[in-house]
Structure formats: C-alpha cells, structure tokens
Design a protein around this ligand. Sequence first.
Ligand SMILES: [Cu+2]
Length: 494
Amino acid sequence: MILKFTKMMKSKTLIMTMVGIFISCSLMVSCSKIEDSNIPETITPAEIRLSGTIKAELTAPPNVPPPVGDREAKRVVVILEVLEKEGEMTDGVKYIYWTFGGSVPGSFIRTRIGDLVEFRLKNHPDNKLPHNIDLHAVTGPGGGATSSFVAPGHEAQFSFKTLNVGLYVYHCATAPVGMHIANGMYGLILVEPEGGLPPVDKEYYIMQGDFYTKGEYGKPGLQPFDMNKAINEDADYVVFNGKVGSLTGDNAITAKVGETVRLFVGNGGPNLVSSFHVIGEIFDRVHIEGGSAINTNVQTTLIPAGGATIIEFKVDVPGTFILVDHSIFRAFNKGALGMLNVSGEDSKLIYSGIQKEGIYNPEGIGLQDMPGESEAPAEVIAKSTEDQINLGKQLYSRTCFACHQAEGQGIPGAFPPLANSDYLNQDVNRAIDVVIHGMSGELTVHGIDYNSVMTQQVLTDAEVANVLTYVYSSWGNSEKVVTSDMVKKVRNLK
Ligand SMILES: [Cu+2]
C-alpha cells in the first residue's frame, strides 16, 4: 500500500499509478511538488505534513496513553522532567532511583509515524547530576543525547521526526551510561503506523530492569548502587517496573475472559536479556523486537537489553497468569515476577481444572515417595550430629532458603528470620510443629511482628530433624539437636 512507509521507500523512487497519486495527494502530500515532476514520487515519512500541535499525554507504568487512532501527523510536544528520588525496591529496602517523569520505567510516550516530536527535557533543580536522553526512535546523532544534556535546574529542547514505525526504548546516555540506566533511567516510546495499531481491549506498559545494590537481595535499609556488581553483571534484583511486586497482588494487571490484551514490554537492562513468558498463556502475535515482523504462537520471547516487544493475545480462561523472566531464578529469587488476573466464566472445554489429585513436587519441596511408582531411593541416614547438619544444610538450600534466605536473615515484612531467632530458640516442639504443619497468623521475632503464611513442608521425620538441627547450629542459634523421635512425637500429637 502507498501508506505503508519503509526505509526502502526513502531511498528508491517508486513509480506510482495515477490512482496512487490521486490518493496520496488528497490525503497528505504537497501536491505541487508532484505536479512539478514528470516522475511522481512516494512521499517519505519525513515529508508527511503536520496538522496542528498537541501536548503529549504521558503515563506512568503499567498504563499507556490512548491510541493515536486515525489522527493526522502533528507537532507533538513532550515535556519530560528528570527526578532523582527515593523509592522502595521491596519491603524495607529503599533505593534512590533516577527517573524520567518520576517513575521506573519512565513516562510512556505515544506518537504516530510522521509526527514532529518537540522534546523538552527538564532536570529538576534538586537533582544532583546532569542527564540527557537517547531515544531509539530518533534518527540523528546520539538519538537526541547530544542535544539534550542538561545540568540540574536547566532544560534543553530538540525536535525529531518519527521516521520508523515501532516500539523503542529511550534511556539516559550520560556517563557513566550504565550507571544512569541501572538507576532506572529508561522508558518506551511508541511510533504507531498511519491509522494506528489494530484496536484491542487492554493495553499495558511493562519494562524489565536489573539492579545492583551493596546489600544482597532483601537486605533492608537504603541500599546504594554497587558498581562492581554492575560490571560483573551480578544482579541483586531483576524486576518489572522498577521494584519487586510492582505487578503482583493489588498491583496485578487485569483482563476479562474474551478480551484481547496488548503488552508493550521493554527491557532497560543495563545488562540482562529477558526471556519474557506468561505462565499459562500463549502469545498469539509478537512484534519481534518491537519492529514490523510478526511472529505468531509464541511461548517465550527474547527482549534484548535496550530493546522492546509488542505482545498480543486473547485471554480465554479465568485465573492468575504469572509474568516471568523465564531465566527462572530471576523470577522466584530476584523479583522478575508479575501477575495478570483474568476474571470471567470458566471454559472447561479449554482448561479442565483439577481432575485428579496426587503428589506433586513444587519448587522448594524435597523428594517424596510416589505411591505406586518404583521405589524411591532409600533415605540417607545421618550417623552423627555433623551428618545431620550436612544433610540439613542441603535440604535448607533446596527448601527453606527461598523464603528464609541463605543466611537465615528472612525478608522484612514477609518471612521471619531464622538467624538468632528468639521464637525458634524458645520452644523446639513448636518449631518442629511449624515445619511439619506450616504456620499462619501472627508471630513476633526479635520484637517484629509477622503475619503471613508458611506452607506445610512435606518432609520425613528425619528430614525435619536434620533441617532443624542445621538451623539450630547456625547463625547464633541455640545449637539444639533435633532427633527423628522428637519429630515423631510432635507429629503424633495431632
Ligand atoms: Cu541520567
């Protein structure tokens, strides 16, 4: 079609039919130019005429501004303010984020092909550092960075024509570039085609990023950026939309059965490539790397650091669909986990729900016997306390570690510490009971209240004895030795 613009058309002269000339004249082209020449030319995006000026509506994630629809190309004024501000990485962990527009990722910018974007970058006077912006949607030196360097309390302006349709990352490009990106300075700008993207019911804005803090994952307090970890690509946090839990629980994105969903997913990096996946959903269409090639029926799509993808699918059944980086430790141990809550009628035809219940070993639970299966390997029997501690340690790092953390330090507000735990040391039978039966409701460890749920741990008596002996022998606890007999007694009480 005449209205589809490609780079190729920019460089090649295309002979058009008289009908073609008529359409392009009537729609948007300066006709006098064509009349001057005997060989008619296709207009390039650079030549698309503007009709009027609008101020861009900007949104914070997970929201996106309304679609461009069939509006004509315009001068679009984007006013973006850089703010350095404290935020929460996860419960109890603070971080100074550097932001475009106050959010991580920065404000979503929505344009159409042929717009003239007039970009005004403002650096808040309270900020400490100079910044600039490199938009991957820009054709020009530094993607705008060379024209937008601003010190605190200053602003800069430049403009660019959107020449290519697609979803593009923008980021700060001030040295050290990696550090500015690692602190949250990235976002997305969409360039829609003439007439807009096909309408869908729900659209959301999600961006992955990796963060590097002096303290390990979950270490409370205000955590400074760690340059060495960043250089070594040893991320403490890998998250969607700037923090752990930005898209879970009450913050989950939503849709209703039968609706079509479009996700604008970017990856700010600075280092890691995302294997983006939604558990229990297949992507009907993926605009590969945010460009014009469309793949269909995709399970997991790669999003490079500094790249983006448009993902479209219809939701057919209700439930909670988990968004992850399928480099899966990042999801369960570093925060790269979100939720899409779909409400509506069940469809037994598509998904049956549970038809038969049996034993399943979810992540974090030790090996179990399968009734009717060939014999499980014989349990390793501990011959000494030292054996118990070694076996217990292995079990701990398979099972308890995900919640209570490697050094038993727990996660503030969610998982109580096992390190030097007064609660644990007070009453061994109660501790055994917690591990066998799980626990919910309030408890206090070191004067801090927790009110959460520990699921029942499906373990043998010996395993419970070993893991607790390990815990008691570690991190300043009472060095109590727990035996299988003690566990058996507690088990038989109920
Ligand atoms: Cu910056």
